[in-house]
Design a protein around this ligand. Structure first.
Ligand SMILES: [Zn+2]
Length: 343
């Protein structure tokens, strides 16, 4: 069954103070699985330049330098302040793997939470995230999942995520990832799982397999078990997604992790070249005991507005946050075309 990509073009006319007519083209797009609505507004690039594609390098550098003095994840502070896992959570109080620390989040928001960081990398420009570095972090997170699930069969839904810089929701500049595992699927994943199951019942095929076959204009690259693409109806700025043809995070091979890290590094370099400094990503999967779920494992990465002295949350105002209707500036097909030259 081929997936339906529904969209509608609209023209909106307004007048300037002098009475000059201004005409704008909008494109409404509905996500082919969940029907979530996104609107493409290319004209906002002019209005949002400073937040979207111009870094304030000098201010950023000063802010980074000032943050080093009292950083909790730099040496020697990290060794005295890092929280420890309880014996119910993990046999180890703290993991140190290839220079990467994995320790408990002192203020958990889910059943199991860990911080993954390296004292050696306080701040990195987005073109300095090498595949080796990202691979070491993801491998350490995977090892932590493996050890945590041995202690509790209630840890079923893992997500590895990252908030980089304040405008992406990070409370610390120091680069770190987070691992959250809970008994119940995160709300977004529940929606994906429910929608994928409904699709499979109706169409007798898997939505994600169908997507990989019918998404040519947004496909970026296929490598081994990974499929990189831009989503038809994005959730945020310059969003890139990946599908990993594995049922869950614990079934990833070292090659899968390497390919993921390679792709992430490439996308971050693209973000750097296009003026961004901040990003979020999530790496998720179906439940850890599923072997043939309807949901493939996935990764979602997007750029966030540049941090500034007077930061404006241009992507988290009421429309995207409460009404859950994303406003994006790039056409996903053009973003995919540009990214193919990076991969
Ligand atoms: Zn630091």
């Amino acid at each position: 069954m081929s997936i339906a990509f529904k969209s509608e073009h609209k023209t909106v006319e307004v007048r300037t103070a002098e009475g000059r007519p201004m005409s704008y083209e909008l494109e409404y797009r509905w996500d082919p699985l969940t029907s979530r609505l996104a609107v493409l507004c290319p004209h906002l690039k002019e209005k949002w330049t400073e937040l979207y594609s111009l870094r304030d390098e000098e201010w950023l550098q000063d802010m980074v330098e000032a943050s080093r003095a009292h950083c909790r994840f730099c040496r020697p502070t990290i060794d005295t302040v890092a929280a420890r896992f309880s014996p119910h959570q993990l046999d180890d109080e703290l993991l140190r793997l290839d220079g990467v620390y994995v320790f408990a989040n002192l203020f958990p928001r889910t059943d199991f939470e860990a911080v993954i960081t390296s004292p050696d990398n306080h701040y990195l420009k987005l073109n300095e995230f090498t595949a080796d570095l990202l691979s070491t972090f993801l491998t350490a997170a995977g090892e932590c999942i493996k050890r945590a699930v041995r202690k509790s069969d209630k840890l079923l839904y893992p997500v590895i995520g990252c908030n980089y810089l304040h405008s992406a929701g990070a409370s610390l500049i120091h680069f770190h990832m987070q691992l959250s595992i809970q008994e119940y699927p995160f709300e977004y994943l529940r929606r994906l799982i429910d929608s994928s199951t409904r699709y499979e019942l109706a169409e007798h095929t898997n939505f994600w397999v169908d997507l990989m076959h019918g998404n040519k204009s947004r496909e970026i690259k296929r490598t081994n078990n990974l499929y990189w693409y831009t989503p038809f109806a994005p959730t945020g700025f310059c969003e890139v997604d990946a599908l990993i043809t594995r049922p869950h995070l614990l079934s990833f091979t070292a090659e899968d992790i390497h390919d993921l890290a390679e792709g992430l590094s490439t996308i971050l370099r693209y973000y750097h070249d296009h003026g961004f400094a901040a990003f979020n990503f999530i790496l998720y999967s179906d439940r850890l005991d599923s072997e043939h779920g309807t949901l493939l494992s996935g990764l979602q990465i997007l750029a966030r507005p540049n941090p500034r002295p007077n930061y404006l949350s241009i992507d988290t105002w009421y429309m995207p946050f409460l009404l859950q209707q994303a406003i994006v500036l790039e056409r996903p097909e053009e973003l995919a075309r540009d990214l193919r030259t990076y991969f």
